[in-house]
Design a protein around this ligand. Sequence first.
Ligand code: SF4
Length: 508
Amino acid sequence: MSRLLFQGVPGTTDVSEMLRTSADMERGREAANRRARSTDKLHEECGVVAIYGHPHAAREAYLSLYALQHRGQESAGIATADGHHLANIKGMGLVSEIFTDDVLAKLPGYMAIGHTRYSTTGDSALLNAQPIRVDSTKGLIAIAHNGNLVNLGNVRARLERAGAYFQTTSDSEIIVQLIAHSSAGSLVDAIADSLSQIEGAFSIVMMTRDRIFAARDPHGFRPLSMGRMKNPEGGDVVVFASESCAFDLLRAEFVRDILPGELVMVSEDGVTSRQYSSGTPQSSCIFEHVYFARPDSRIFGRWVQESRDQMGRQLARESGVPADVVVPVPDSGVTAALGYAEEARIPFRLGLIRNHYVGRTFIEPEQRVRDFGVRLKLNPVRNLLAGKRVILIDDSIIRGTTSRKIVRMVRGAGAKEVHLRISCPPTISPCFYGVDTPSKKELIAANNSIDEIRQFIEADSLAYLSLEGLLQCVRDETKVGYCTACYTGNYPTKWVDVEEILPAAAAV
Ligand code: SF4
C-alpha cells in the first residue's frame, strides 16, 4: 500500500513535520534520477482537477485524476472542503493505488481539488506531492499547480526575507506564500495580485474552505478547461481539468478553456471571472498537441487527435519516401502514423507492439531488469516487417539512444529499409515551462546535423516535420499563439537558465 500524507483529515494525525526529515525525499530524488537516466522521452508534467458542488466531490476528483494519469505517475493527491474544514490526502504512486474506497471515505465535502504529478521542480518526494495545503494569514488554502515558475529564486528569497516559512521545496508553494503576504484586502484581490508577480507556466486550481479558484498564466502555456454537469441532488456542478478527457469520464460537458491571464472563482454565489493580466501574447505549449495531451482531449480550442492526424499528413507531404508499410512507435506515434499512411497511400501496420503493463514498476528496476531497455516495452511483429521497406513514425528524438534501439529492433525483425519520420521539428533547446527536458548538451539535435543523427540512429533516412508545417497543423480560426521554444530556442519569457541552454562543448 502507498504511504500517505494526511493533513486536516478527521481521526488522523498530520504527518507533514515527520516527513520533512524522512527518507521520502531521498527516495524520491533517487527515483527521479533513475528515471531520467533510464528513459529517452520527454516527461509529462502534471494534471489538475477541481470540482465544486457535488455531494461526492472526492470521488469525482478521483475519476478526473484517473483520466489524467498520463500527465504524471509519481504522486497524486486530493483535498476536499465542506464549508468548514479543508482536508488533504496525498501519496506516492498511481491514483488508483493511493485512493482506495477507504481513503476516499476520509475526504467528505462538496468541493475538491486534485493533482497528479511528475516532478519538474522541487524534490520528488511525498511532501512535495500536491495539493499543497497551507494555513496562511488569509486562512487555509490548498493549491494544485501544473507548470513551472521561472523567476523562482527572486520571489522565494524576497518572501523568506519577509518572514515566509516554506513547508516544501516545490515552486507551487510560492504562489500560496505570495497570497499570504499580499497586502490586498480581499482574497480574490490577493490571488490576482500574487499571480501577476510570478512568471512562467501555471495552470492552477486552488481551494479555501468555501471557494474554488482556477487560473492560467498570462502566456497560457498549459491547458485548463471548465465543464459542467448535473448535481445528482439538484443544481449544477462546476468542474475544471487540465484536459477535457477528464470531463468525459464524469459525463460533464465541456464549457470553455480558461483564458490566459484569467482568474475564475466559484462560490455559493456562482461563477465569476476576472482578467488579472492582459496584453501578453499567447504562447501555449505546442508539444501538448505533439505528444503530451491525450488524443481524445480538446485543448487550446482544438482536438489533439485532429492536430496529430494533420502532422502525419504534412510529414508525408514534406518528406515522402517509397515504402511498403507505415509503422507507428506506439502509443504516441499512432495518430500521426495513421495520417501519414492515408496521405501517402501506404498501408498502416502495427508492426511494433507495446507492453502496456511495463509502467511505473519499471521506473525503479534492478539493473538486470533495466538492461532489457526498449525490448521490454516494445516488441516487433516479424511477419509484418520482414522484407519490407518500413516508414517508422515517432513524435520526438531526445538523446537518440532509444530511437537507435527501435531502428535496430525493426531491422533485426527483417526490415529491408528503415526510414524514420518525426512528427515535429528537431528538439534543440530545453523547456523551462513544466516539461522535464535534458539540458542542451544532451539533446542530440542541438549538437548534430540531421545526417549525423541519421547515422547515429542507423536509419536509411531521417526527416522531421518543419516548424512551418507543424504550425499549419495546429492553426485554426481560434488564432492561438504557440510556444515553440524547444524547436527554436526563442523563449517567450525572459527568465531562462543560461547554463541549461549552453550547447555541448564539442559543438561550440
Ligand atoms: Fe512546450 Fe517546448 Fe514551449 Fe516547453 S519549450 S512549453 S515543451 S513548446
